[in-house]
Design a protein around this ligand. Structure first.
Ligand SMILES: NC(=O)c1ccc[n+]([C@@H]2O[C@H](COP(=O)([O-])OP(=O)(O)OC[C@H]3O[C@@H](n4cnc5c(N)ncnc54)[C@H](OP(=O)(O)O)[C@@H]3O)[C@@H](O)[C@H]2O)c1
Length: 240
């Protein structure tokens, strides 16, 4: 996309960007003409100078500060923030360790809180912005045999705050939405589990990264949509 004085080039921040859904989102936003600031713990700078890698644990305030400051120093604005970084620890609830609890809270909630809080002031200055969370359909439809209490706890919070911030900032031009996936074929899931995971969906298959990316792309251009959680889950949220 060309940049003109009347329409500056847009800038997206993507967390958890080194693989899976996050890497798909980086590619999609670049294809839309955005500059991208891409974060994960192990991300490395590539050849494309319009993708700036900011390595670090997204649960750390200093990393969130570096992501936002990098966007402002390099590109001068922030249009979209995609809170994609997340970890999934499936265990019976009574077997979670305190360390499991801290790890999941730090990434799934801390990873949302710090960077979102720091990006919003720039969006307020621009009087425009879009924030997207990647949640999970387990928030509304827990599955027997898939114990995931910490996913419900943390992604449920993200789902709720999506509507909370959508209302808080609706008059400021900032939209806040979420995409709620079923089980998606990413490196998160070992290939030997795929047949079992496919069977957890009414449609009988896992989702693909592109199907989540398409949903985010829809929300990006949906100017009258805010506070929405868009399910992309092969029917999981509807029932079994
Ligand atoms: N795949 C699914 O079935 C599914 C279903 C529902 C929801 N989701 C959600 O979708 C999002 C992406 O999932 P995915 O399947 O693409 O995951 P994935 O393949 O496991 O990739 C996770 C990404 O997050 C990064 N990451 C992990 N911990 C981080 C941290 N502390 N700070 C910064 N980055 C971190 C990883 O890179 P580094 O290792 O370099 O840090 C990686 O880039 C997650 O929020 C997940 O909960 C996924």
């Amino acid at each position: 996309m060309s940049t003109s004085a009347s329409q500056p080039r847009r800038v997206a921040l993507v967390t958890g960007a080194s693989q899976g859904i996050g890497a798909g989102l980086v590619a999609a936003y670049r294809a839309l003409g955005y500059a991208v600031v891409a974060n994960s713990r192990n991300i490395r700078q590539g050849d494309d100078t319009d993708i700036v890698a900011v390595p670090g644990h997204i649960g750390e305030r200093a990393v969130a500060e570096r992501i936002v400051q990098t966007a402002l120093d390099r590109f001068g604005r922030i249009d979209t923030l995609i809170n994609n970084a997340g970890i999934f620890v499936a265990k019976p609830f009574s077997e979670y360790t305190v360390q499991d609890f801290r790890d999941v809270i730090d990434v799934n909630l801390g990873g949302f809180f710090h960077v979102t809080q720091l990006a919003i002031p720039q969006m307020l200055r621009q009087r425009a912005g879009h924030i997207v969370q990647i949640t999970t359909t387990l928030v509304e439809q827990p599955i027997a045999g898939v114990p995931a209490g910490l996913a419900s706890l943390t992604k449920g919070g993200l789902d709720a705050v999506t509507r909370g911030l959508a209302i808080e900032y609706a008059k400021d031009g900032i939209r806040v939405n979420a995409v709620s996936p079923g089980v998606i074929r990413t490196p998160m899931h070992a290939p030997e589990t795929h047949a079992f995971l496919a069977g957890l969906h009414p449609m009988g298959r896992m989702g693909e990264i592109d199907e989540i990316v398409d949903a985010v792309r829809y929300l990006e251009q949906a100017a009258f949509v805010t506070g929405e959680t868009l399910h992309v889950d092969g029917g999981q949220h509807a029932g079994r």
